[in-house]
Design a protein around this ligand. Sequence first.
Ligand SMILES: *[C@@H]1O[C@H](CO)[C@@H](O)[C@H](O)[C@H]1NC(C)=O
Length: 207
Amino acid sequence: MTSFLGSNKGLIDFDQKSLAVAAASIAFNPIFWNTVARQEYHNKVLTKLAGGNSLRACYGLAITIFSLGIFRDFLYERALRDQPAHPLLDTAVSTYIAYALMAAGNVLVLSSMWALGLTGTYLGDYFGILMDDIVTGFPFNVTASPMYYGSTMTFLGSALWYGKPAGILLTAEVLIVYLIALQFEDPFTAEIYAKRERQRKSGKKEL
Ligand SMILES: *[C@@H]1O[C@H](CO)[C@@H](O)[C@H](O)[C@H]1NC(C)=O
């Protein structure tokens, strides 16, 4: 008996190693940057590696995270190529939705990077490089996490564009790992900024 999901001619071919590799890469990236950024925050590990220059250290992490993202996208596309397509996803409507998702997702990601700048996008707060003010304009008036939701939309768009159910499964994983990452990142960065606020207030009292 072959299960609906498990058979080779089913929705998803779980026998393909490329699927597991892509899934591992999707999970690895946020774990990597959260671990490294917290090491930087507590022990200044990257700043020490960069000879005491926090800005240079943050740029180094930015390049690393960006490259890991490109590599993950490559593994994702490679995994999809090994997967069966589904006729329901092979329609004109599906393709239009795919284009809309990829366009909207990229708008969210790129406008978020534009609004935050390089250090703001790539965990500068953990290096002590804080934003002057909380960014409230577009795309942050649409969603609090445009980078993560935009990225998820782009993954879903690709899944539909290729017409591959496996892509929808991997997109669900992307969303879940980002939602878990937010549970760690949001309170942590909120505390970094709250700490600055407390320091500013106590600094003013001394004047
Ligand atoms: C977000 O801000 C932009 C301009 O900064 C504006 O055009 C848009 O309507 C706003 N969206 C929402 C949902 O408030």
